[in-house]
Ligand binder design. Structure first.
Ligand SMILES: C[S@@+](CC[C@H](N)C(=O)[O-])C[C@H]1O[C@@H](n2cnc3c(N)ncnc32)[C@H](O)[C@@H]1O
Length: 163
């Protein structure tokens, strides 16, 4: 481990129907109603108090099947290379993914969720409540994605480019 590394505890695991990175949703907006389950490690269960008061949560997890990062990538919705930090592509340093998902119900250490766009068994690092007043932004600059108005984002699927 380099001097600049940090240690993070895996707090649980995200169970989803996605077992191969191809032909799956690239964002929760393209995974509407797809069910998943967070299995939280038992020692974190007290941290779930009050979470059922929220409809949506932000998940931070590892895109664990990515082997090597790549600083320039051709993202799923484009044909030209972009800097990794100007994309949501999975081949990033630290392999961190974020997804806003809907809570269906919470049973002890299991959070049943909808709109899952991560692969089965992705290691979970954090859960935060989604709160519009903090998290929504309007009139933002949309970069290269602004031109993607003709893409059907609800049905767009991944391919094998980051396998
Ligand atoms: C474009 S990334 C976006 C993930 C997250 N919503 C984000 O914005 O950080 C989603 C794609 O990464 C790949 N992927 C998802 N989970 C993964 C995992 N655990 N390991 C490797 N690749 C994964 C799949 O190809 C999926 O379609």
């Amino acid at each position: 481990m380099s001097e600049k590394s940090i240690n993070l505890d895996i707090i649980g695991s995200i169970k989803t129907p996605w077992v191969t990175p191809e032909n799956m949703p690239i964002q929760p907006t393209g995974a509407k109603t797809v069910k998943g389950t967070i299995v939280l490690n038992e020692n974190y269960v007290n941290g779930l108090k009050n979470l059922e008061e929220f409809s949506h949560i932000i998940l931070i997890y590892q895109l664990h099947l990515i082997k090597e990062p790549q600083l320039e990538v051709i993202p799923f919705m484009d044909t030209e290379p972009k800097g990794i930090f100007a994309t949501r592509s999975p081949k990033r340093p630290n392999k961190l993914g974020i997804s806003i998902v809907e809570i269906e119900r919470i049973d002890e250490n299991k959070i049943h969720i909808l709109d899952v766009d991560m692969m089965n068994n992705s290691p979970l690092l954090d859960i935060k409540p989604f709160f519009e007043d903090f998290d929504n932004r309007f009139n933002t600059k949309k970069g290269w994605l602004a031109k993607k108005t003709n893409i059907d984002k609800e049905n767009f699927k991944s391919d094998k480019r980051f396998k």
